[in-house]
Design a protein around this ligand. Structure first.
Ligand code: TYD
Length: 139
Protein backbone atom coordinates (compact mmCIF):
# COMPACT_ATOMS: atom_id res chain seq x y z
CA UNK A 1 0.00 0.00 0.00
CA UNK A 2 1.26 3.44 -0.97
CA UNK A 3 1.99 5.75 1.96
CA UNK A 4 3.26 9.30 2.39
CA UNK A 5 6.75 7.81 2.83
CA UNK A 6 6.69 7.06 -0.92
CA UNK A 7 6.54 10.78 -1.69
CA UNK A 8 10.03 12.04 -2.50
CA UNK A 9 11.75 15.36 -2.96
CA UNK A 10 14.12 15.09 -5.94
CA UNK A 11 17.05 17.50 -6.25
CA UNK A 12 17.32 18.53 -9.91
CA UNK A 13 20.48 19.38 -11.82
CA UNK A 14 21.42 23.02 -11.43
CA UNK A 15 23.84 24.83 -13.70
CA UNK A 16 24.61 28.05 -11.94
CA UNK A 17 25.79 30.76 -14.29
CA UNK A 18 26.14 34.51 -13.94
CA UNK A 19 23.98 34.74 -17.10
CA UNK A 20 21.16 32.91 -15.29
CA UNK A 21 20.78 29.43 -13.87
CA UNK A 22 19.50 26.38 -15.73
CA UNK A 23 17.77 23.23 -14.46
CA UNK A 24 16.12 20.38 -16.30
CA UNK A 25 14.32 17.08 -15.88
CA UNK A 26 14.48 13.85 -17.87
CA UNK A 27 11.84 11.15 -17.86
CA UNK A 28 12.81 7.82 -16.31
CA UNK A 29 15.65 9.69 -14.62
CA UNK A 30 14.79 12.63 -12.34
CA UNK A 31 11.13 12.00 -13.13
CA UNK A 32 10.75 8.30 -12.30
CA UNK A 33 8.11 7.58 -14.94
CA UNK A 34 7.42 8.09 -18.62
CA UNK A 35 5.88 11.56 -19.03
CA UNK A 36 2.54 11.51 -20.85
CA UNK A 37 1.33 14.96 -19.90
CA UNK A 38 2.58 18.34 -18.77
CA UNK A 39 0.41 21.10 -17.37
CA UNK A 40 0.87 24.19 -15.30
CA UNK A 41 -1.13 26.18 -12.80
CA UNK A 42 -0.80 29.94 -12.92
CA UNK A 43 -2.63 33.18 -12.06
CA UNK A 44 -3.60 31.63 -8.73
CA UNK A 45 -4.76 34.27 -6.25
CA UNK A 46 -2.39 34.48 -3.27
CA UNK A 47 -3.35 32.07 -0.48
CA UNK A 48 -5.61 29.98 -2.73
CA UNK A 49 -5.81 26.13 -2.70
CA UNK A 50 -6.39 23.64 -5.51
CA UNK A 51 -6.38 19.98 -6.28
CA UNK A 52 -7.96 18.20 -3.33
CA UNK A 53 -8.20 14.77 -4.92
CA UNK A 54 -6.42 11.44 -5.45
CA UNK A 55 -5.47 9.57 -8.60
CA UNK A 56 -5.99 5.84 -9.00
CA UNK A 57 -3.07 5.44 -11.41
CA UNK A 58 -1.60 8.79 -12.40
CA UNK A 59 1.79 9.56 -10.89
CA UNK A 60 2.92 13.15 -10.65
CA UNK A 61 6.06 15.20 -10.49
CA UNK A 62 5.56 18.78 -9.31
CA UNK A 63 7.96 21.72 -9.57
CA UNK A 64 7.46 25.23 -8.19
CA UNK A 65 8.91 27.01 -11.22
CA UNK A 66 8.21 30.35 -9.61
CA UNK A 67 6.98 31.47 -6.22
CA UNK A 68 5.89 29.01 -3.54
CA UNK A 69 3.09 26.66 -2.55
CA UNK A 70 2.58 23.67 -0.29
CA UNK A 71 1.72 20.16 -1.43
CA UNK A 72 -0.11 18.25 1.29
CA UNK A 73 -0.22 14.47 0.89
CA UNK A 74 -2.42 12.12 2.89
CA UNK A 75 -2.48 8.32 2.83
CA UNK A 76 -5.57 8.02 5.01
CA UNK A 77 -3.46 7.50 8.14
CA UNK A 78 -0.93 10.31 8.03
CA UNK A 79 -0.48 13.65 6.34
CA UNK A 80 2.67 15.47 5.34
CA UNK A 81 3.24 18.96 4.00
CA UNK A 82 5.97 19.72 1.47
CA UNK A 83 6.79 23.39 1.02
CA UNK A 84 7.95 23.93 -2.55
CA UNK A 85 9.70 27.24 -3.17
CA UNK A 86 12.72 26.49 -5.39
CA UNK A 87 12.71 25.67 -9.10
CA UNK A 88 15.51 23.11 -8.73
CA UNK A 89 13.56 20.65 -6.59
CA UNK A 90 10.75 18.39 -7.74
CA UNK A 91 8.24 16.43 -5.73
CA UNK A 92 7.35 12.91 -6.81
CA UNK A 93 3.82 11.92 -5.77
CA UNK A 94 2.79 8.33 -6.54
CA UNK A 95 -0.79 7.35 -7.29
CA UNK A 96 -3.10 6.37 -4.44
CA UNK A 97 -2.61 9.41 -2.18
CA UNK A 98 -4.95 12.28 -1.44
CA UNK A 99 -3.10 15.45 -2.41
CA UNK A 100 -3.87 19.11 -2.34
CA UNK A 101 -1.92 22.21 -3.28
CA UNK A 102 -2.26 25.00 -0.80
CA UNK A 103 -1.13 28.46 0.14
CA UNK A 104 -0.02 29.60 -3.33
CA UNK A 105 2.02 32.77 -3.32
CA UNK A 106 0.95 35.53 -5.69
CA UNK A 107 2.41 34.97 -9.17
CA UNK A 108 3.49 31.41 -8.39
CA UNK A 109 3.82 28.92 -11.21
CA UNK A 110 3.35 25.19 -10.62
CA UNK A 111 4.59 22.81 -13.32
CA UNK A 112 3.27 19.25 -13.22
CA UNK A 113 4.23 16.15 -15.14
CA UNK A 114 1.87 13.19 -15.23
CA UNK A 115 2.32 9.54 -16.11
CA UNK A 116 -1.10 9.38 -17.80
CA UNK A 117 -3.16 11.41 -20.20
CA UNK A 118 -5.96 13.39 -18.59
CA UNK A 119 -8.77 11.02 -17.62
CA UNK A 120 -11.55 12.11 -15.27
CA UNK A 121 -12.25 8.46 -14.36
CA UNK A 122 -8.76 8.26 -12.81
CA UNK A 123 -9.73 10.90 -10.21
CA UNK A 124 -11.11 10.21 -6.74
CA UNK A 125 -12.72 13.50 -5.73
CA UNK A 126 -14.62 12.35 -2.66
CA UNK A 127 -12.45 12.06 0.47
CA UNK A 128 -14.68 9.44 2.12
CA UNK A 129 -14.57 7.34 -1.03
CA UNK A 130 -10.76 7.68 -0.97
CA UNK A 131 -10.63 6.48 2.65
CA UNK A 132 -12.86 3.50 1.84
CA UNK A 133 -10.77 2.52 -1.20
CA UNK A 134 -7.63 2.78 0.93
CA UNK A 135 -9.17 0.62 3.68
CA UNK A 136 -10.31 -1.92 1.10
CA UNK A 137 -6.81 -2.01 -0.40
CA UNK A 138 -8.11 -0.91 -3.81
CA UNK A 139 -5.51 1.84 -4.12
P1 TYD B 1 -8.30 19.47 -11.86
O1 TYD B 1 -7.20 18.47 -11.98
O2 TYD B 1 -9.66 18.98 -11.47
O3 TYD B 1 -7.81 20.62 -10.91
P2 TYD B 1 -8.22 20.90 -9.39
O4 TYD B 1 -8.29 19.57 -8.71
O5 TYD B 1 -7.12 21.78 -8.88
O6 TYD B 1 -9.55 21.60 -9.46
O7 TYD B 1 -8.42 20.24 -13.26
C1 TYD B 1 -9.41 21.23 -13.46
C2 TYD B 1 -10.04 21.00 -14.81
O8 TYD B 1 -9.07 21.16 -15.84
C3 TYD B 1 -10.59 19.60 -14.97
O9 TYD B 1 -11.94 19.54 -14.64
C4 TYD B 1 -10.37 19.31 -16.44
C5 TYD B 1 -9.24 20.18 -16.84
N1 TYD B 1 -7.96 19.47 -17.06
C6 TYD B 1 -7.68 18.95 -18.30
O10 TYD B 1 -8.49 19.05 -19.24
N2 TYD B 1 -6.47 18.35 -18.51
C7 TYD B 1 -5.56 18.23 -17.53
O11 TYD B 1 -4.44 17.67 -17.76
C8 TYD B 1 -5.86 18.72 -16.23
C9 TYD B 1 -4.90 18.60 -15.09
C10 TYD B 1 -7.07 19.34 -16.04
Amino acid sequence: MVTIDDVKIVALPKHTDPRGNLSFVEQLNHVPFEIKRTYWIYDVPGGESRGGHAYKENQEFIVALSGAFDVVVDDGQHKKKFELNRSYYGLYVPAGLWRSMENFSTNSLALEFGSKHYDESDYIRDYQEFIKMKQDGEI
